[in-house]
Design a protein. Sequence first.
Length: 190
Amino acid sequence: MTGRSVAGALLVLAGAAGPAEAAITVIGGGLARECYLAAEFRRETSMALQVCDRALAEEPLKRRDRAATFVNRGIVHMQARNFARALADYDAALRLEPRLAEAHVNRGIALLYRGGADREAVEALSTGLELGPARPEVAYYSRAVAWEALGDARAAYEDYQAAAAAKPGWEDPIEQLKRFRVERRPVSRG
């Protein structure tokens, strides 16, 4: 079985713009593939977790597919708002595949949702972006949310712009950009 990165699902916090998640496809049949489908299409949580748990316990997965399955199970945990378990799964994935972009991106998103670790979220999302995630717009958008939480409006604006450019027509970053007002100020030389 081989793995490759693909899209994810948008998750929005009630009352505020929220970051999105990126699932990782596991090619082939079996429980690991079912775990991916459960994460990608938001299947019922307890059943999805059982499938993911069985994939990790019973299937002889290659290192990359095992890491991808941890990421996908982490997404299921996030959908259930169990951020501690989601973070544990993303960390397990990163121990197996430290350069797995989606593990870094989803780790950053989990830190945002959990709260209180916005700087760490920016670092995880930045690392994910450096590694080339399948959906960079997810990472840019999520990092913009983190920058806003840290009070850096300029960085947030730039990342919302990057998210909009990475996925033209995506309404969420476009809507967020409408909240900003750009002022041009003369630069004093001296």
